[in-house]
Design a protein around this ligand. Structure first.
Ligand SMILES: *Cc1c(COP(=O)(O)O)cnc(C)c1O
Length: 398
């Protein structure tokens, strides 16, 4: 449970900069409503509600029965998991990596995202973060004592970064550029030119690139779920010279709780992240890595099922809203709906009123950064019928 941090004198200054006020506020309001006996449909947090595939569950179960599994694992991850990750990258995106030096196991992508800035940025250095963006990007930079520089994403630019607009002196001080496509919260997909531009930019200004590929497999075309994955940054020429990509098992394989992901790409950058992590954690519990091997090796059914699931949910949720005249672009990827606030209220006021009047919780766009203002994000983490019911309730208060 998220807890509000009291500004006690024993707390460090940096806590103030990472308080996550918008999220605390929404959590508090949801609890208040629940305590008052109201039913709340929580489309705020993005926690997957499904269970992993049968064969993944079985692999976990078998590995847990192995008495040899209970020592400390190692930070880098088991050779078996790293090989499965390398094989997955090759099979899905035609990306070739050395599983020994170019793959690092993570305790969820969050682990890698939280710790990478510590490995590349000192106080005074800048990290370029997408705005709106997944909150840990900015928080990780502040925890490292470095300075986040928000790169605005705008609807009229298809939510893609304009790297040319970054001032020269900022670009020179920057040590890292963070990208995330398909994007949370905007659901935008990137053409490969975005990655190519980022690689050229990184070479010009001598900085690293991190691509967060958490939703690379949750793609749809407008009518069915047979679309291919979104493009991989690592598949672009020169990508491995300048960066890494993080792949999470949480969303694609409904494997959020066990905490498993991997980073792949530039060996030097991965080594730096490994140095940080080896001082902090001792790796992922090996039975979880065994289950991850099963998920990555036998992935076709799970990926097709996850796409079909979120496609059906997307349509069930959007239909009543679009019919009621709320012009929401149909997402082509992710498990979210990103919608422009349909009234003159700001995103917080609208989300508040929605919660009070309908019991449906969403995240105000301002929670993802200043450029998120004017929008709200709904997570498709309920069954299609419930989402359809939620959307119908919403239409009553538009
Ligand atoms: C959910 C999410 C993650 C976190 O993934 P874990 O592997 O569960 O830590 C990372 N990035 C984005 C954009 C996400 O939405």
């Amino acid at each position: 449970m998220v807890q509000e941090v009291n500004p006690l004198p024993t707390h460090a200054e940096r806590l103030k900069a990472i308080s996550g006020a918008v999220f605390f506020e929404m959590e508090r309001k949801k609890s208040e409503l629940r305590e008052a006996g109201r039913s709340v449909i929580d489309l705020g947090i993005g926690s997957p509600d499904q269970t992993p595939a049968r064969h993944v569950h079985s692999a976990l179960h078998a590995a847990i029965d192995d008495p040899g599994a209970y020592g400390y694992p190692r930070t880098q991850g088991t050779p078996g998991f790293r090989q499965a990750a390398a094989h997955f990258l090759s099979a899905r995106y035609q990306v070739d990596v050395d599983s020994d030096t170019e793959v690092l196991t993570l305790l969820g992508a969050q682990d890698g995202l939280a710790h990478l800035a510590l490995a590349v940025a000192d106080p005074g250095d800048i990290v370029l973060v997408p705005d709106p963006g997944y909150p840990i990007y900015e928080v990780s930079v502040r925890l490292a004592g470095a300075t986040p520089y928000p790169v605005p994403l705008r609807e009229d630019e298809a939510w893609l970064p304009d790297l040319q607009a970054i001032p020269e002196d900022i670009a020179r001080r920057a040590k890292l550029l963070i990208l995330n496509y398909p994007n949370n919260p905007t659901t935008a997909m990137a053409p490969v030119s975005v990655f190519d531009d980022a690689i050229a930019f990184a070479k010009r200004y001598d900085l690293w690139v991190l691509h967060d590929a958490a939703y690379i497999e949750l793609t749809f075309d407008s009518t069915d779920s047979a679309a291919g994955p979104a493009p991989s940054f690592l598949a672009r020429p020169g990508a491995k010279d300048v960066g890494i990509e993080m792949h999470s098992l949480s969303k694609t394989f409904h494997f959020a709780g066990p905490r498993l992901a991997f980073a792949a790409g530039n060996a030097e950058l991965l080594r730096a992240l490994t140095v940080i992590k080896s001082n902090i954690d001792y790796g992922v519990f090996t039975p979880i890595q065994s289950a991850g091997i099963a998920a990555l090796r036998d992935h076709h059914g799970a990926i097709a099922a996850a796409r079909a699931l979120y496609l059906q949910r997307r349509d069930a949720f959007l239909a009543p809203l679009i019919r009621a005249g709320w012009a929401i672009p149909v997402p082509q990827a992710t498990m979210f709906v990103w919608a422009k606030v349909p009234t003159t209220e700001d995103s917080r006021a609208f989300a508040d009123r929605l919660l009070r009047q309908t019991g449906i919780a969403c995240v105000p766009g301002i929670g993802f950064g200043r450029s998120g203002e004017g929008y709200v994000r709904f997570s498709l983490v309920r069954a299609a019928v419930e989402l359809n019911e939620a959307a119908t309730r919403i239409t009553a208060v538009l």
